[in-house]
Every structure is written in structure tokens, then in C-alpha cells.
Design a protein around this ligand. Structure first.
Ligand code: ATP
Ligand code: MN
Length: 268
């Protein structure tokens, strides 16, 4: 069991670190994320033994911050976690509305005027999509815990706490990198197909920015906006995903298939 005395929360140091590195305008949104409510949720996660320490940010974005955390059980090795904290800013939801409107899964509790409810819904959407993808055996973080706008998942990175690079930043080693890029391209097409056919999901923000890379394996992340095929704009989103993936691998010198062929491969 987790010892409560050993449990530390380092939010103050996280905040101090961010304040040093961020300008004034950014600071407001940073503090908004670590508001009283968020701190309470993180403390609750510590008390429940989901994590024992919350460390610094892995990523600060406009929609969410992702923190590195560790669960140190009294017996056994430490387990690393990633905690995604969604921001409650109105700006974000203007952009996100097109994904959530038209989703029958999320009609209940849909209230545009309540940004706290919206951000909760958004986190819930990611949690459920991630669980579906994880269950299907597609490499992605394992969703561990959800409370309001805070999502705990497994950490995708090495044992020293470095997150795997995004596909965008992946550096391939060896003298057969052309072949490796081709293999990764095929791997990602297979993932898109399984996402569609097994999970009944279109990622809807798929690109080299939302795929992590390690040792020949691609991991799918950032699935809060993913929709089911019967969403009115699902196929439009799928076409965009296909285009992004094709554009990226073409830049890497891969002789890609046409978007049309991939669309048929994914959907039929
Ligand atoms: P924003 O668009 O506001 O930056 P986001 O919604 O894009 O946020 P994500 O893409 O889910 O957030 O995560 C942001 C970054 O955090 C990722 O690019 C990745 O580097 C890192 N990250 C996310 N989840 C994990 C994880 N489980 N393990 C390791 N790193 C992660
Ligand atoms: Mn992202």
C-alpha cells in the first residue's frame, strides 16, 4: 500500500518553475490549470494510490498540460504516469465544438455555456476513446484514472523519465532508414484501419504530432476529439487524417499510396 507520509505533491515547485520560464500572458493560463480544484483532484489521486508524486510538465499546450508523475508503492518498483490536465478556457471549446456536437455518446450533459462541464466532457471523451483503443491492442497510453478534467494514464517513455519523441521528432538510426520509414508508414495505415474497423473510431487529429515513436513502434495519443464513424463529419475528419499522414511520409521520401486507396483500405 502507498504510505501517505511518503506522498509528496510538488505543485508549488512546478508552478515556480513555470513562472520563471513563461511570460505574463501565458502565466494566467498556467495558473488556471493548477487551480484549487485541480490541486484537490491531484491530492485525491495521491491518497488513492494512483500516483505518489507529481513532477514537472512534459508538455504545455493550449488545450492541456501533461505532467510527469510517479507511483512509488512501498513494495516493488516505481511506476511512471502521465497526467493530462485539460484547461477550462472558453477559447478552446469554440474550436472543439464541431467534434462533440453530433456525437450521440455525449448529448447528455452537453452545455456550451458551462466550460467546467465541457472540459469534464472532453476529458471523459478522451478517457473512453483511449480505453477502447488500448483494449483493441493498439499501442497507446493505458488509461488509469479519470476525475473531472484530470486524466491519469501510463507514461510512454524511458525509465529515466524521458517521454518518447513525437513521430515528428523521431530520429531513425542505421543505414536502412528509407526502409524503416516505409515500414512505419505501413504500420500507421494498419493502425488507422484497426481504429476504424475494430474501435469504430476516426482519430480526427492524426498527424506526426499525435503519434509517439519508440524502437520501431508507433503509439497513438491525443484522442479526445476522436469520433465514431456515424458522426456527421467523421469521413471528412478521416480524409484529413489520411492527408496529414501521407504528407508527412512523403516528406520522408516514402512512395505513398493515393488518399483514395487508403480511404478504401481503412473503411472497407
Ligand atoms: P495541446 O494541443 O494543447 O498541446 P494536446 O491535447 O495536444 O495538448 P496531447 O497531444 O495529448 O495533448 O499531449 C501533449 C504532449 O504530451 C504529447 O505531444 C506528448 O509529447 C506528451 N504526452 C502525452 N501523453 C503522454 C504519455 N502518456 N506519455 C508520455 N508523453 C505523453
Ligand atoms: Mn496533441
Amino acid at each position: 500500500a502507498l504510505s501517505k507520509h511518503a506522498a509528496k505533491i510538488r505543485l508549488d515547485s512546478v508552478k515556480a518553475e513555470e513562472e520563471r520560464t513563461r511570460d505574463k500572458a501565458d502565466r494566467a493560463t498556467t495558473e488556471q490549470v493548477l487551480d484549487q480544484r485541480t490541486r484537490m483532484i491531484l491530492l485525491q489521486m495521491i491518497n488513492r494510490g494512483i500516483v505518489s508524486e507529481v513532477h514537472g510538465t512534459i508538455s504545455t499546450g493550449k488545450e492541456a498540460n501533461v505532467y510527469h508523475a510517479v507511483l512509488q508503492a512501498d513494495d516493488g518498483p516505481a511506476v511512471q504516469r502521465a497526467i493530462k490536465v485539460y484547461k477550462t478556457s472558453i477559447m478552446v471549446f469554440k474550436d472543439r465544438e464541431r467534434y462533440i456536437a453530433g456525437e450521440y455518446r455525449f448529448q447528455k450533459g452537453y452545455d456550451k455555456s458551462n466550460s467546467r462541464k465541457m472540459v469534464k466532457l472532453w476529458a471523459e471523451k478522451e478517457f473512453r476513446n483511449m480505453r477502447r483503443i488500448y483494449t483493441a491492442g493498439i499501442p497507446c497510453p493505458e488509461p488509469v484514472h479519470l476525475k473531472l478534467h484530470v486524466l491519469a494514464m501510463s507514461f510512454l517513455g524511458d525509465r529515466r523519465g524521458w517521454a518518447y519523441p513525437r513521430l515528428r521528432d523521431a530520429v531513425l538510426a542505421g543505414d536502412d532508414t528509407d526502409q524503416q520509414w516505409r515500414t512505419l508508414y505501413v504500420q500507421l495505415l494498419g493502425i488507422m484501419r484497426r481504429l476504424y474497423r475494430v474501435c469504430r473510431l476516426v482519430h480526427a487529429d492524426l498527424s506526426e504530432y499525435n503519434v509517439l515513436y519508440n524502437e520501431g513502434t508507433l503509439y497513438i495519443i491525443d484522442v479526445s476529439q476522436s469520433v465514431e464513424p456515424d458522426h456527421p463529419r467523421a469521413l471528412e475528419f478521416l480524409r484529413m487524417d489520411i492527408k496529414n499522414v501521407g504528407d508527412f511520409f512523403r516528406r520522408k521520401g516514402v512512395d505513398t499510396l493515393t488518399d483514395r486507396v487508403i480511404f478504401d483500405f481503412v473503411t472497407s
